[in-house]
Design a protein around this ligand. Structure first.
Ligand code: 13P
Ligand code: SF4
Length: 313
């Protein structure tokens, strides 16, 4: 079947099933192109919550689709390939986070959205790479903070907020491949370029950059910037959107082999089949989903963040 035929089949199934397609910025170009919305984790979490389609097809990795399911338990949330996981999300497990939460007592657990529903369910608030510093700044100054699972995003947040945090030792194996030498090489070739990197990169790479931004943040920054050349330190899938939205600017990847294999598992054929069969579907156990949703919803609210359990005592 040609790509055009598959795309047409998806469009007609979408109407039949009342489905919306959300795609993360690292998805294959052709998947981003047929999506109703492409964005970063925060933008996609918002879209999943706000739209009123009956079916959400989440083209991303498991924790993203799971977050959509937590926020909209009444919707059918599909993930076109259920093997699309996130190794960083799997680095933190709920019992160990709970044990860490007891020592120091009264600490607030902030979990990066790249985490399982079970970890979100023992956390006090969730954050993404675009709002992490704002969320941490809402924790009262006398509270200790535990940040899971990304130690590099955690380190950036400590720098921005000036808050000390206990960091879980997780990391992204894809962003871990980016080095300062790679940035230096590209800077020599493109001396006028602005260097933007994702906060999942190691600290030295973030230090070598002009801007440390989420994938959505990079898109907004590039669109508003006077610069015409950008060196981009993240998964190369984002280059498609950057180039599409900014045809007169040029974007150079720091390392074009830093591909997230999980993000590439989703294909047009799998999207078509998922909508057709309404499977694979993401279902989160009810009590875990309810408690995890409290952590996720706190991202969209205002006010101080204290331990969730304190509020029920
Ligand atoms: P963003 O929220 O910046 O898109 O990041 C998600 C992610 O998984 C980065 O590896
Ligand atoms: Fe997870 Fe890294 Fe892939 Fe993002 S790029 S989904 S953090 S493995």
């Amino acid at each position: 079947m040609s790509e055009k035929t598959v795309t047409e089949a998806i469009a007609s199934l979408k109407r039949e099933r009342d489905a919306v397609i959300l795609a993360h910025n690292y998805q294959r170009s052709e998947v981003q192109d047929i999506a109703d919305f492409a964005g970063d984790s925060l933008e996609l979490a918002r879209k999943a919550r706000e739209n009123d389609a009956r079916v959400v097809v989440f083209c991303g990795v498991h924790f993203m689709a799971e977050t959509a399911a937590l926020l909209s338990p009444e919707k059918i949330v599909l993930i076109p390939d259920e093997n699309a996981g996130c190794p960083m999300a799997d680095m933190a497990d709920a019992p160990a986070v709970l044990a860490m939460k007891k020592e120091p007592p009264g600490a607030v657990v902030i979990c990066y959205v790249n985490s399982t529903a079970a970890v979100k369910a023992v956390s006090d608030a969730c954050c993404t790479s675009s709002n992490a510093a704002k969320i941490v700044a809402r924790v009262p100054g006398d509270r200790e903070i535990i940040f899971v699972p990304d130690r590099f995003l955690g380190a950036q947040v400590m720098k921005i907020t000036g808050r000390e945090m206990h960091l879980w030792p997780g990391y992204c194996p894809v962003h871990n491949k980016l080095s300062v030498d790679m940035i230096s090489r590209e800077k020599e070739l493109h001396p006028g370029a602005v260097v933007m990197v994702h906060p999942e990169c190691v600290e030295a790479v973030c230090d070598a950059a002009d801007q440390v931004l989420s994938t959505g943040g990079m898109c907004s920054f590039a669109a508003a910037s006077d610069a015409t050349e950008f060196i981009v330190g993240t998964e190369p899938g984002l280059l498609h959107r950057l180039r599409k939205e900014n045809p007169s600017r040029s974007f150079i990847p720091v390392f074009d082999e830093a591909v997230c294999p999980d993000m590439k598992l989703c294909t047009l054929e799998k999207i078509r089949d998922a909508i057709d069969r309404l499977s694979p579907r993401i279902v989160v156990e009810e009590s875990t989903a309810k408690r995890a949703a409290v952590s996720v919803m706190r991202m969209f609210e205002d006010g101080p963040i204290t331990p969730v359990e304190d509020q029920h005592e």
